[in-house]
Every structure is written in structure tokens, then in C-alpha cells.
Design a binder for this molecule. Sequence first.
Ligand code: 8YV
Length: 312
Amino acid sequence: KPQIILIEPMMAPIEAKLDAAYQVHRLPPAGPGRDAMIARVAPEVRGVATGGGAGIPRPIMDALPHLGIVAINGIGTDAVDLAEAKRRGIRVTTTPDVLTDDVADLGMALLLAGCRGLCTGDRYVRAGKWGKEGLPLARKASGKRLGILGLGRIGRAIARRAEAFDMEIAYHDIRAFDGVPYRYIDSLAGLAAWSEILMVAASGGAQSRGIVDAAVMDALGPDGLLVNIARGSVVDEKALVAALTEKRLGGAALDVFADEPRTPEALWSMENVVLQPHRASATVETRTAMGELVVANLAAFFAGKEPLTAVV
Ligand code: 8YV
């Protein structure tokens, strides 16, 4: 059997398929045990399966002389050095399309939870406070001005959902797109100033690092809501904590963070903040479809065929 390294766990039925087809080396936590394992298996390993957030650390890529494919169980490629993969002729695959609905759904769920204070209401009932003390009014979501940063597949799926909530929609991206019924605003600060809710749906990586900065948050303003289902790196997290603490930003609903699984403790006690542990694609249905695509990409590669959804 060909040998692969599994960097991030996948669903049990998917891992069973991998075990049936490959000798799978599961990556131990960082430390001497990991280094020893990589050194031991490096001469034989030809594939890596990993998550979008985890990617493949450059030292691991460098340690594998016969690496031929990195199969990402996700859409993000920001944690893989694509230029180096290309230089070395390593194929890189992702799982596009199959996760679009789920990520857009969670974007809307966070938007609604942020506007309507769903988690606050839930905590209020569970704490037995109903009937004993008041609860502040929430904010309406329908009809709001929604700015979308990044109008790719996921951004568009969010826009379609937002249309059903009678929202006005505008977007910012590296360029305007033809045939899109939404208004293009050519600066992110301009989009934030126009928006009541700003949805981050842009890819991570060098070109988007920290672009949602203090000025963008100030433009969104004290009644504005920031939603992020993309990558924590797109938002300047220190500036976000400061803007929320100083009430220059109304609220935030976040599925992703700069240094996962760590999240800024300052956010934990804020009632105007909704937090999720990076799980926009984490449903049984979607993780099954994603996993099947990872299995299919690996199978194609090891059969000497073109992977189905290669980005490199
Ligand atoms: C997953 C993601 O949580 O698609 C991505 O890039 O970050 C998410 O869908 C991840 O890939 C699974 O680890």
C-alpha cells in the first residue's frame, strides 16, 4: 500500500477508507515524537491528507522527499506553500462546492445570532433569569445593508440567502465581477462605511492578512456587526478586541480566529459576541462529501490519473 500522513483527523468512515487503501501514519502532536515519526516514515511517504486550517507546515513538506500530493479536506489553501508545491511538482487538491452551502448557512446563522442575541437569550433562559430580570432588545436583521468581503462561491451563496431576508447587498473584492446583481464598492473601508453588517468571506493568505483593520471596524461603527466565516488572519484580532472593548464596534460573530484553537479571552465575557469553534463545514453531510472527495483525489493520484479538484 502507498504510504500517507494524515495531519488532521477525518470522519471515522472516511479514515476507514483511507486505512483500506493506504498505510496511514497519523501525525502526533508537535514535539520529539512527531519529529521521530516523520524521520522514520519520510522515505516512503508520497501523500498527505490534511485540513484547510492545518494545511502542511513547511518543515513537514521539506522533510518528505517523495511527496506527490497534498489532499486538503477543505477549501482554504493558505496553510500550504502553493508556490513551493508547484516548484516541486506536488499536486494540491481541495474540496470546493461541497461545503459552500454549509459555510453560507453558518454565515447566516452567525449573522442572525449576532443581530438577535440568540446566545444571550439562550444563556438567560438556562440561568433561570426569565421572569426575574429584563433582557435588552436585540437588533433587526431583515432589510439590513450587508457588505460582503470576498464574492467567491461562498460569498455569492451568502448573498443569495441574504436576498431572502430583503437585505441590500454590496461587496468588495480584488475586482468587480460582471453579471453580478450586487453593488461593487472599490475600497474595503468604503464597503464597511456603507454596511450595517460586514461578512468576511475572503480567502486567507498574504494578500488578505489583517485587511479588516481598526479603520474598517471604525467605519462599520458602534452599531455594526462583523461576521467572519473565512479565516481569522483576515481580521486584525487585536484591533477587533480593542474596538469591541471600546464600543467602537457594535458586535462580532466569529467562526474563525487568528491562532486556533486559541481565542482571545477578552471576547468570552462579551454578550455582543458570538463564538464558534471553526465549524462552518462541520456537518455529517458535508464532512462526508468532503472526505469522499479527498479519498477520490488520492485514489486518482495514486492510479496515475488527474486528481478531480486540483489547485496545483
Ligand atoms: C474545515 C476550512 O474546517 O474549508 C476550509 O478551508 O477551514 C474548513 O472547511 C477544515 O478544512 C477541516 O479541517
